[in-house]
Design a binder for this molecule. Structure first.
Ligand code: SAM
Length: 363
């Protein structure tokens, strides 16, 4: 089974084993490599030790904490010197049920949890100060503490923030964890080096566009369809304003699709992990805010030619003289539709619009 990546199609982790014997062997291998239990989990070997294989029919197994690269090889994960907290144990200790109305879908699959930080380590990201948006009951927080010097977690739910403070009291006392209770769209963010977060889906776009300008590596979980639009290339039906705005800041790669059953409670749709590696775009624009507004404007008319879209969307782009832009632009460009324009082509047109189109405020 294949999953989409920014560059085409790559190997997906989730696989159905055609051979039940192989599945048993994989389970045995998993038991043999399980680390010592975390004492906080009451001596269990990781609670239900929930496995994707068991829950939804088979997952190609990577060594604990390791991840699989697009070429199929396993990349070693961070060295784990202690057992990770069991996600089910954390939920039980917190005494909560995830509330979907508050974007609370807790990750309960150990192997997905173990893999998420490796998407940072395999690109050698600086993991000295990791930021997590939406800490929940701390299953991912625990994995981030295993690879970071310092972690800051933002959690809006008062009860969950209080639980994190109690559960991770030792790490807080050691100066390794800071819990910020508040809305990730409003609180002051620390000077983090990278972020790994299972985002609250209701505000995932707003949070992402708060983080992207910080120019730090990000490993973020989204709804699958949203993730596909972020990484989409020109000429595809998924390509749009979200793709251009995301790729303005970073190289975006869909690294893993995650079934609903990996969460408690399961969300309505499948999820996907996107890795965002910051870099400067391969084009220049004098006014970034205008560029992003212009792209937004033109995509509101994605079925029209660029010629008509420039004229019809001046109230959004803020151009006082859209006709002057149409007159100055190449015919080749004017005949295209927005979904055929590369980010660099948008940038060149935006620069022309800045030069001759008398940009004002816009929306
Ligand atoms: C999808 S859950 C992820 C929880 C945990 N990291 C995990 O993977 O199991 C999202 C978390 O974000 C919290 N949350 C929702 N909206 C938030 C906001 N605006 N700012 C900060 N946290 C928020 C929810 O309470 C929930 O704990």
């Amino acid at each position: 089974m294949l999953a989409k990546t920014a560059h085409g199609f790559g190997t997906k982790f989730v696989r159905h084993s055609p051979n039940p014997g192989a599945r048993h062997r994989k389970r045995r291998l998993e038991r043999d490599t399980k680390p010592e239990p975390n004492p906080r989990d009451g001596g269990s070997t990781g609670g239900r030790g929930r496995s994707l294989e068991h829950e939804y029919g088979g997952l190609e197994r990577a060594p604990s904490g390791a991840s699989r690269r697009r070429d199929g090889a396993f990349t070693p994960g961070p060295t784990q010197t202690r057992a990770m907290r069991d996600p089910d144990g954390l939920i039980a200790r917190a005494g909560v049920r995830g509330d979907p109305d508050r974007d609370q879908h807790f990750l309960v699959d150990d192997r997905v949890l173990d893999r998420l930080p490796t998407y940072l380590t395999e690109i050698d990201a600086d993991t000295s100060h990791l930021l997590e948006i939406g800490g929940g009951t701390g299953a991912l927080t625990d994995r981030l503490l295993a690879i970071a010097d310092e972690v800051t977690v933002v959690e809006r739910d008062r009860k969950l923030a209080a639980f994190l403070e109690a559960e991770f009291a030792d790490e807080i006392d050691a100066g390794r964890l800071t819990v910020i209770e508040g809305d990730a769209l409003e609180v002051a963010l620390p000077d983090f080096t990278a972020s790994v977060s299972n985002l609250p889906y209701g505000v995932s776009s707003e949070i992402t566009f708060r983080l992207l300008p910080e120019q730090r590596p990000l490993v973020l979980m989204f709804q699958q369809e949203f993730a596909e639009r972020m990484v989409a290339q020109p000429g595809t039906s998924e390509y749009g304003r979200l793709s251009v705005s995301t790729q303005h800041y970073a190289d975006a790669e869909l690294v893993e699709s995650i079934p609903k059953e990996a969460f408690s409670p399961p969300p309505a749709v499948q999820s996907a992990v996107v890795r965002l590696e910051p870099r400067a775009p391969d084009y220049e624009v004098d006014d970034e805010a205008f560029f992003l507004r212009f792209v937004k404007a033109l995509f509101t008319q994605r079925r029209k030619t660029i010629r008509n879209a420039i004229r019809n969307t001046a109230h959004i782009s803020g151009l006082e003289a859209p006709d002057a832009v149409v007159e100055a632009a190449d015919d080749d460009v004017l005949q295209k539709r927005a979904d055929a324009m590369s980010p660099a082509a948008f940038a060149a047109l935006a620069q022309l619009a800045l030069d001759v189109g008398e940009p004002g405020e816009g929306q």
